[in-house]
Design a protein around this ligand. Sequence first.
Ligand SMILES: Cc1ncc(COP(=O)(O)O)c(C=O)c1O
Length: 372
Amino acid sequence: MDVKFSPVIANATNFPEAVIRATPGFGLTDIFPLWQPDTLKQCTFTRNGRAAIGIAALQLMQQGLTNTVLLPAYHCPALVEPFLWSGYQVKFYPVKTDLTVDLTLFQSLLTPDVTHCLLVRFFGFKQNIEQLIALGSAANKVIIEDCAHALNDFITGLQQPDPRIAARITSINKMLPTIDGGLLYMHDQPTLQPQHCSWYEELKGIAFLLRISKLIRKVSRRKPDVLNVKASTCSERSVYKYFQPSDLTSASFRHTKQILRCSNLDVVKARRQANYLYLVHALTDTTAGRCLYPAVGDEAPYVLPFLLRNEQDFQRLRMQRIQVLRWEEIAASDCLVSESYRSRLVQLPCHHKLKPADLDYIINAIHNLGEN
Ligand SMILES: Cc1ncc(COP(=O)(O)O)c(C=O)c1O
């Protein structure tokens, strides 16, 4: 099956630099004290979440068969491309307006040709993933759980791994102030083990993290691509827009591991929940749109999914220097929700380092939209 991604809607190069960013910035308090439990030893550190998916996809391929994976119709291409690169056929399952999946429909899509399915915890929320795992497992499909937005749940799950799930992945830099990082958990450690970069690359990464422009300029005299830290670790150019095959062999930076080990994820979760609820409360009466999930359970939200009434408001928020995100480039499918959400569902920042003034800035910006 040929996969065609929709084009971008808004050109990010036209937006001014964000003052309120989607992910938290690094501070020196992020590297102490050391806290992390041993459970991380069971995981493979990867360059990013997409590389973790790529390694899992390769490891879990069934020999002598056409491998076909069911993916959610609502996605970013970074989740699809590793499967395309690995040679999988891909099929999409539709999502409902709350991003849960219709169970009867999902079950009907678990046909004999489907070998794998990937299930996502969108924006850090569970949706109905438990039921999907049960259905996928009952149909003997290889299940990959995508916790790219749910670092806390990924780590909690390491304490009691679910034998029905063949691989779990997460993304570190979506939640924590790092510039790269993914984790992969498989019951049997993958044979493909990514290696650390050189110390020179490590230093460049640290300089980039610390935004030490002087040092960056100095180093860049030696190597002109220093600002492109992530890309600089790979020589092979990819035909894919987001997935770099060379990322498969490269572990996260060493300092990314350190930041993860020093992060108190309970505190991160509590702050994110408080920020999320503060935003939800203040946005209940806006006419600009609505929060997709008006409450949080035990989850650590990655962002606040907000459904705009007017899709042009995405641009207005970006012009006000708020780094709202949106998945515009979804693959063609018959899912009408995904088609509508590619322009209307935006991701508002709610990370743990936002200050009350930042949250009020977001709230004001959204209320102003509602008045226009
Ligand atoms: C649901 C989901 N899975 C996987 C990925 C890939 O994660 P990363 O950006 O760390 O490669 C992303 C983000 O692009 C994502 O949103």
